[in-house]
Design a protein around this ligand. Structure first.
Ligand SMILES: [Zn+2]
Ligand SMILES: [Zn+2]
Ligand SMILES: [Zn+2]
Length: 332
């Protein structure tokens, strides 16, 4: 139930933001008044993101712009344009497309008000960061149909950090820093009596006492519970935060890896989406070389000759399949 509530709350927030932008654009009357051919469309593009969108391509299969789409749409604002069949041309419609680019995002807006048949519109987005979603409404009618395209940014959670000892991604947003396999291993190796004897507590890790230690950037993840399934085919779910060790781990398999907090990892209620590299360039603040460990199912930063410390492989580093996804995390 909590998930439901949260999800609705966020949707309402986004709807409010979109409504605010829509108001700044006014109604489409000024455009509608100028459209006077047999098939016409007045359209709004609402950019409810922090990106500046720049038009990169526009084309009519049939018809002409009046007025043309704006060259640039500023963050959290919108733009309007009209499209109409050529005057005097019979049996043709208003059919076209306009593309916009922003950092880590390409958006394709298509419209079709055909001579015969129903109106339709399609928005497709490619987003290397996995941060964006869209919705589209095609109005009915032959003359002066109103279309609306919305691109919006999904909520994200910060406080995700890379552990300098085990190189796994873990949640650093609370005082307790979970359990780090590298530091537990250190304690076992260097415990009282030396050698490979187990440390204080009879070798049992004391939860929270040997937590992860942050280094580098703060990373941001979105919840699948609040934004729904990934639309872009460049995100995987479900990833979960382990309630015992605080690492992010892949929770989509019956095996849960070995948790440094004891037993297997155990997922929190929220699922997360993690973007991976497709063919697109990395966005400005995006870092790749994050890998899933085949042994502990954690997400770890692959750098240097030693691949961190793995809770499932003793004092060895994580292991991964080089053919597996190259995950790319968003940071600020
Ligand atoms: Zn650690
Ligand atoms: Zn765990
Ligand atoms: Zn591992």
């Amino acid at each position: 139930m909590a998930d439901d509530k949260e999800s609705k709350g966020l949707t309402v927030d986004i709807q409010k933001q979109v409504e605010t932008i829509r108001k700044t654009l006014g109604d489409l009357k000024a455009i509608l008044d100028q459209l006077n051919t047999a098939r016409s469309v007045a359209a709004r593009i609402i950019n409810n993101t922090d990106l500046t969108l720049t038009a990169s391509f526009q084309e009519h299969e049939s018809g002409d712009f009046w007025p043309p789409p704006p060259q640039v749409i500023a963050p959290r604002s919108g733009g309007v344009f009209g499209s109409q069949s050529r005057s005097g041309a019979l049996f043709t419609g208003a059919v076209g497309t306009v593309h916009y680019e922003g950092d880590g995002l390409t958006a394709f807006f298509d419209w079709n008000n055909p001579w015969a048949g129903e109106n339709s519109s399609v928005t497709a987005i490619h987003s290397s960061t996995g941060r964006y979603r869209e919705w589209t409404v095609a109005g009915a009618g032959n003359e002066k149909a109103q279309f609306e395209y919305t691109v919006f940014q999904i909520p994200e959670e910060g406080s995700w950090r890379s552990c300098r000892d085990c190189q796994t991604l873990y949640f650093d947003g609370v005082a307790d820093k979970g359990s780090c396999p590298a530091r537990l291993m250190e304690r076992i190796i260097t415990g009282p009596g030396g050698g490979l004897k187990r440390g204080p507590g009879g070798g049992k890790p004391i939860p929270g006492s040997l937590g992860h230690r942050a280094e580098g950037f703060e990373y941001f993840l979105s919840h699948s519970a609040t934004v729904g399934p990934p639309p872009n085919n460049n995100q995987t779910a479900p990833w979960c935060r382990c309630t015992k060790c605080f690492a992010l781990f892949y929770d989509g398999s019956p095996q849960k890896g070995a948790c440094p907090g004891g037993g297997g990892h155990s997922g929190d209620r929220l699922g997360y989406l993690v973007p991976y590299r497709n063919h697109s360039q990395l966005a400005l603040r995006q870092q790749d070389s994050w890998r899933i460990c085949d042994a502990c199912y954690g997400l770890f930063f692959e750098h240097g000759p030693i691949l961190g410390r793995c809770s499932s492989r003793g004092d060895e580093g994580h292991e991964f399949d080089p053919a597996s996804h190259n995950y790319a995390l968003n940071y600020r």
